[in-house]
Design a protein. Structure first.
Length: 306
């Protein structure tokens, strides 16, 4: 993300890079969706070799400080007891078991995470950042999922939206600052123009809960969000929402963010993810959240992007 100088440049960079492709979902606990409502319990012998890969300060404290905005289901959100759960929380539990390092969650809005990383107020941003060339210039991104933007519509798909060009002329909602509200919406506008169709009508609102509500109430014909978030929300509320699996815009990997000046931590996290892939824990976590189609074969730092 960044690599720009000065306060004005930081503001521009924040707007340009936005949130991860993973849009906020509701913080609602999954009740009858067949999805977890408690954190994963992981048992593993501590791998001293993996632990030794982490920076000395983290090894000494035994704590990895991870920033999270716990309103991003299924990445990180809270259950009815106020405990952070989700894909990210399960990976945190697995990394704790594998390395003996405890996670200390630093809860904050996404738009404060860049400044926090630069000031080293925490070690990593656990927010499923979409890996883009702009971001890898100024951040180290440790990939752990294959992502992409998908569309969600009202249950029954009353507007018969099946492909990206079906969104032309439609009101399409997305969360402020996300890759969906910025790059993806522009991509759709260009596709519609090239096809001689009416332009997409963007509805950009502050929170993903607002985005979901816009579709549920019919104020928006569709919404754009990360494919895993769309799949989760559609499964959580199948009587309200339906995912459009035939639409996948800008498929790219997603990862956790680490400061550019901390390459050792990024490499250590990638090595730990790869150890979890090798021992089967990684696949277990993805299966637990019904996102096995988002699996990566190997975690990398700043994986190549289109």
């Amino acid at each position: 993300m960044r690599g720009l100088q000065g306060l004005a440049a930081t503001a521009v960079a924040t707007a340009m890079l936005g949130l991860s492709a993973c849009g906020n979902s509701t913080s609602e606990e999954p009740k009858d969706a067949g999805l977890p409502s408690t954190p994963l319990k992981v048992k593993s012998a501590v791998d001293s070799g993996l632990r030794a890969k982490f920076p000395e300060g983290i090894r000494t404290s035994g704590v990895l400080r991870a920033a999270a905005d716990p309103n991003y289901a299924p990445s990180a959100f809270k259950n009815s007891s106020g405990k952070i759960i989700g894909v990210g929380a399960d990976f945190a539990a697995a990394i704790t078991a594998k390395t003996g390092l405890r996670f200390r969650w630093v809860e904050m809005p996404f738009d404060g995470m860049l400044a926090g990383l630069k000031a080293h107020r925490f070690d990593t941003s656990w927010s499923a950042w979409t890996v883009t060339p702009e971001r890898t210039q100024v951040l180290n991104l440790v990939t752990y999922l294959n992502g992409g933007t998908s569309a969600m519509v009202k249950a029954g798909n009353p507007k018969d939206i099946k492909k990206a060009l079906d969104l032309c002329g439609r009101t399409v909602a997305a969360q402020t600052g996300t890759a969906q509200a910025q790059g993806n919406m522009d991509t759709l506008k260009q596709r519609c123009e090239e096809a001689g169709r009416p332009a997409v009508k963007p509805m950009v609102v502050p929170q993903q809960t607002n985005v979901n509500q816009a579709v549920g109430t019919g104020r928006a014909d569709a919404m754009l969000a990360d494919n895993t978030a769309v799949a989760y929300q559609a499964k959580l509320q199948p009587d309200v929402f339906q995912s459009v699996d035939t639409i996948l815009i800008s498929p790219q990997p997603a990862g956790v963010a680490v400061s550019k000046d901390d390459p050792r931590l990024a490499a250590a996290l990638a090595a730990t993810y790869n150890a979890l892939i090798a021992d089967g824990t990684y696949a277990k976590i993805l299966k637990r959240w019904d996102i096995t189609n988002a699996a990566v074969k190997k975690s990398r730092v700043n994986a190549a992007t289109s």
